[in-house]
Design a protein around this ligand. Structure first.
Ligand code: ZN
Length: 90
């Protein structure tokens, strides 16, 4: 039996749609974890330092605005999720 090009294309399209759906699910999960970090809820993994990128960080109080503040034991700096936003703009 000869499979037509159309059928092959449909099969491919279907496979791609499944792939996209799974990526979208992952992105949703990542977004949810970032939201939790912003709210100071314990994420599954440790927050990485935006300066040295190590995860040797601890929670250290909150800022005036109520943001969770983190402290990096490696480079000794304090940072919040706002630090990441600032770095992203650079
Ligand atoms: Zn650091």
């Amino acid at each position: 039996m000869v499979v037509s090009a159309d059928k092959k294309l449909n099969k491919l399209r279907y496979a791609i749609e499944i792939e996209i759906a799974s990526v979208a699910r992952d992105l949703g999960q990542i977004a949810e974890e970032l939201r939790q970090i912003a709210q100071g809820v314990d994420p599954k993994y440790k927050v990485c330092c935006p300066h040295c990128l190590n995860d040797n960080t601890i929670k250290k109080g909150k800022t005036k605005n109520g943001l969770q503040r983190y402290y990096c034991k490696d480079c000794g700096v304090f940072f919040t999720v706002k630090t990441f936003e600032k770095l992203q703009k650079i």
